[in-house]
Design a protein around this ligand. Structure first.
Ligand SMILES: [Zn+2]
Ligand SMILES: [Zn+2]
Length: 359
């Protein structure tokens, strides 16, 4: 049997210039695995990269981090097509298994990796952003040795399995928030990350779990994900409502999942003194706030969160449980050839929540 030696893949040539091309099918070297991609989600960060955000393409203070001539796509699931004994043993997977891999491909050797802080790896290899680690908007991809691989049940839809990536990220943000049972928790944004934050925060059983968005349909899904109250911020003032609910004090924990600059001052103002602000978002623009709210006014804990370290197994278990409204979160699926439609749909941001490509 002769296998075709080329495959279809999306190639990033630079901001606003992604093309579907026929490229060489990759081959797995020693200790690696060849994966037949089933589905890849389109992330807000893919869109920010597509639109040329400074975080990806650099500015006066940062060199460009993303590279051109790369296959994008970091929220994926696929089937193991080829694997040698070494890789099979390392990841405990065999040919035919369904697998996901974490977005980061850590070097294993830098200070962070050696301390177990692999998600902050200094070289920071990432599927879909670096030439060394092509992503999943392609028929096939290779997992290098350093990839962090997890098995997923074949009984769930591929686009649901690929949601393990954003959900693990959201669960990590929730862990950073250190939520207590007595807390009033506010989640800003009901996109794929915000809904994941609601799912994760609900599992902590706080006294109040309030979801904010401007879209009533997304707020209804947040309710199904476990929000105890939803507020449409285009119609009602969330700061006033939360103060009334908390004897005037404010929220204990604010999880930012919108990526919109206005959500930052909103969070600083909605929190009580000594509250906790967790920022997961990637912002397209600079955010301007009065930092004295953080210091003088409230002595806040302001915490960043990046990727989903140690949260993949619980994210996968939650997805496999069948208890999440995943058909409502994974709203749109397109074939690979329609990737541009997918990007444009995420960009317009109104009707979709998670847009996925099915291979
Ligand atoms: Zn993502
Ligand atoms: Zn490293």
């Amino acid at each position: 049997m002769t296998m075709s030696s080329t495959m279809k893949a999306v190639i990033v040539h630079g901001p606003m210039n992604y093309q579907l091309e026929e490229i060489a099918k990759p081959t797995a070297g020693p200790g690696q695995a060849l994966i037949k991609v089933e589905s890849v989600g389109i992330c807000a960060s893919d869109l920010k990269c597509y639109h040329g955000a400074a975080k990806f393409w650099g500015d006066a203070n940062r060199p460009a981090w993303a590279e051109t001539e790369v296959v994008p796509g970091h929220e994926f699931v696929g089937i193991v097509e080829e694997i040698d004994d070494e890789a099979s043993k390392r990841w405990n997977v065999v040919v035919g298994d369904r697998v996901v891999a974490e977005q980061i491909v850590p070097c294993g050797e830098c200070r962070y990796c050696k301390r177990g802080e692999y998600w902050m790896c200094a070289p920071h290899g990432m599927f879909g952003f670096k030439r060394a680690t092509p992503g999943a908007m392609a028929e096939y991809m290779v997992f290098p040795k350093e990839a962090r691989v997890h098995k997923v049940s074949k009984s769930i839809k591929p686009q649901h399995a690929a949601y393990a990536e954003p959900l693990s990220c959201a669960l990590h943000a929730v862990e950073r928030g250190n939520i207590k049972k007595t807390d009033c928790v506010v989640v800003a944004g009901c996109g794929p990350i915000g809904l994941g934050m609601v799912i994760g925060a609900a599992a902590k059983n706080p006294a109040h779990l309030i979801a904010l968005d401007v879209d009533d349909r997304k707020l209804a899904i947040a309710k199904e994900c476990g929000a105890t109250l939803t507020i449409n911020i285009s119609k009602e003032d969330p700061i006033k409502i939360v103060r009334e609910m908390t004897e005037g004090y404010g929220a204990d924990v604010y999880l930012e999942g919108t990526g919109h600059p206005s959500a930052v001052p909103q969070g600083l103002n909605i929190l009580r003194k000594l509250g906790t602000f967790v920022c997961y978002s990637v912002f397209k623009e600079d955010v301007t706030v009065d930092w004295s709210i953080i210091s003088d006014d409230k002595e806040l804990d302001v915490l960043g969160a990046h990727l989903g370290p140690h949260c993949w197994p619980p994210a996968i278990a939650m997805i496999e449980s069948g208890k999440l409204p995943l058909d409502k979160i994974c709203t749109h699926q397109f074939p690979l050839a329609d990737f541009q439609k997918g990007l444009d749909m995420v960009s317009s941001g109104t009707e979709s929540i998670k847009v996925s490509l099915l291979l």
